[in-house]
Design a protein around this ligand. Structure first.
Ligand SMILES: [Cu+2]
Length: 164
């Protein structure tokens, strides 16, 4: 943690203004955007977190873990197709290429949140704090919003396959 002295406070103020207007967090070249957690009503013992992880640095960023105080266990998952069925499996690492991004989304990579530690469950619109841990020891806090489903997911019956 840096301690700001004298004139540095001006710069800190400008930074705070900048951050206040942004919907994402950035730590050491990793930018996380559009983070959300699927709502997990009482009785549901597992859920998943999704987000866009961008790497603005010249080096690959390797995600090795995620933590959330509301869950006893977490895993990094990928979804694979096997004989026409989707299965999830845990992976140890997820690399975000230099100047690239990885989209964690339903049906693809996601962060599994297992064994909720509280009886009370968040409602849609609530926020949860997750921490992403990278191989170089960097920790990136993420504010995720609780949602029932992916943002902008069209309702059944709409012409969702049409590209406009
Ligand atoms: Cu999973």
């Amino acid at each position: 943690m840096k301690i700001f002295h004298g004139s540095a406070a001006l710069a800190a103020g400008a930074l705070a203004l900048l951050l206040a207007g942004s919907a994402f967090s950035e730590t050491g070249g990793v930018v996380v955007d559009k983070a959300w957690v699927r709502a997990y009503p009482p009785g549901i013992q597992v859920t998943a977190a999704y987000m866009v992880v961008k790497n603005t640095s010249d080096q690959p960023a390797v995600l090795v873990g995620i933590s959330c105080s509301d869950f006893a266990k977490t895993e990094i998952h990928e979804t694979v197709q096997h004989q026409g069925q989707a299965h999830m499996q845990a992976v140890k690492e997820l690399a975000i290429p230099a100047h690239g991004e990885v989209v964690l989304k339903p049906g693809g990579h996601h962060l599994m949140l297992i064994a909720p530690q509280k009886d009370t469950r968040p409602h849609a619109g609530d926020r949860m704090t997750l921490t992403l841990t990278f191989k170089d020891g960097k920790n990136v806090p993420v504010q995720a919003v609780v949602r029932k489903d992916a943002e902008g997911k069209p309702a059944a019956g709409e012409h969702s396959q049409h590209a406009h």
